[in-house]
Design a protein around this ligand. Structure first.
Ligand SMILES: Nc1ncnc2c1ncn2[C@@H]1O[C@H](COP(=O)(O)OP(=O)(O)OP(=O)(O)O)[C@@H](O)[C@H]1O
Ligand SMILES: [Mg+2]
Length: 369
């Protein structure tokens, strides 16, 4: 076994789930670990050498951050700030952070070690867990209702056919035909409410393959009226997944985007409808309480009018729809399939930018439960 002193500590620091920042005596960023890169959505290369105050201090804050940092630098006295707002990439993030002096063998040029704990992320995680549980309860309820609707339909259909045969007046056939076609419509609806009865069959899939299938389907369907942009990270690892189910998920989400863009033509007076398909690796991501070192992220983005505000929070629930002809099942089925793959779908939406992100774990050795 390796001796502890042979461990590459940089590797250790980069695998921590706590965001760590090192700052030099001029209060410029010297180093940030992977968790910090993920939190700030910024690379070490871009961040290093920039003033840390740009991030840690916002003008509305009364706390004298510069003074406090210099004080720790000179005195070695650590301090902790709770529920501080910091600003990264024009985004506010709420964090608890601790600043301490790091005398890394350079007594005249000590560094500052800043450990950050995002509070938003904690809130987000507990909200996600809540959401997943609620979603499962809603799915079960829907399946129960669908079952009850479906049960008598076979009987109604059979009896109507018998009735149709015994009716002499052909005028009445019109009515029995209506009953049969409505029964068939209800059965199709109940079937999609029940979801797929087939068990997923997992195989190694390069997610670009189903994604490309969906892209060409959509391109054919929309006859080039919608610009489709691909932004793929082709180095992504393969994942164990049900390929056909992934296609169904991607298709449901792309279909929604296309519908939002084609059914709201008045929105596109000044710009061209565009669908962006993006794939990335996302480091340190929590899904249902499990922290994954890295997951695959697939973004399906459109520049349509956005998800109506009143349904944004409940958009993944079954039967939530804003479209007259929609059943409101597309996203609920998609979320269900991705849950079965131990992943999740998230949605962010403002006018001109709606992003549905699929997160799929690809490694079995997650960090912690
Ligand atoms: N890209 C998008 N832009 C704007 N709104 C969206 C987008 N994606 C989904 N929505 C909204 O979310 C609702 C629910 O979507 P979902 O796919 O679950 O059901 P649906 O499309 O209405 O019906 P179905 O897919 O069952 O035919 C839609 O009715 C729409 O209002
Ligand atoms: Mg849909």
């Amino acid at each position: 076994m390796d001796q502890p002193n042979l461990i590459d500590y940089r590797l250790l620091v980069d695998n921590l789930t706590t965001a760590i920042l090192l700052v030099d005596s001029n209060l410029n960023i010297f180093y940030l670990n992977s968790a910090c890169e993920t939190l700030f959505d910024i690379s070490l290369l871009r961040a290093s050498g920039t003033p840390v105050l740009n991030i840690l201090h916002i003008p509305t804050d009364e706390f004298k951050t510069e003074e406090a940092l210099n004080n720790t630098l000179n005195s070695g006295q650590p301090y902790t700030r709770r529920e501080a707002t910091i600003n990264v990439n024009f985004k506010d993030i709420h964090v608890d952070y601790t600043v301490s002096q790091l005398n890394a063998g350079r007594p005249y040029h000590p560094l500052l070690l800043i450990e950050l704990n995002p509070i938003d992320r904690m809130l987000k995680i507990s909200r996600e867990e809540n959401f997943i549980q609620q979603h499962q309860v809603a799915r079960q309820l829907i399946r129960g209702v669908a079952h009850e609707i479906k049960n008598p339909l076979g009987g109604i259909r059979g009896a109507t056919q018998l009735l149709a045969r015994s009716l002499d007046n052909p005028e009445y056939k019109e009515f029995t035909d209506i009953i049969i076609s409505e029964v068939d419509r209800l059965r199709t609806l109940a079937d999609s409410m029940l979801g797929s009865r087939q068990l997923p069959s997992y195989e190694l899939v390069n997610i670009h393959e189903p994604l490309e299938r969906v892209r060409s389907l959509i391109a054919n369907q929309t006859k080039k009226k919608i610009k489709i942009t691909r932004d793929y990270d082709l180095s992504l690892p393969e994942i164990l997944a049900d390929r056909d189910q992934l296609i169904q998920v991607m298709l449901n989400i792309c279909a929604n985007a296309v519908q939002a863009m084609t059914e709201n033509k008045e929105f596109f007076v000044y710009h061209q409808p565009e669908l962006i398909l993006r794939t990335r690796i996302q480091r340190l991501f929590t899904i249902n309480g499990v922290i994954h070192r890295s997951v695959i992220r697939i973004d399906i983005e459109d520049n349509g009018p956005g998800v109506p505000e009143d349904i944004l929070e409940s958009v993944f629930y079954p039967l939530v729809t804003s479209r007259a002809k929609g059943t409101g099942l597309g996203l609920s089925i998609a979320q269900n399939i991705i849950h079965q793959h131990n992943g999740m779908i998230a949605c962010q939406s403002v006018p001109e930018k709606t992003v549905f992100s699929l997160y799929l774990p690809w490694e079995s050795n997650h960090v912690a439960k």
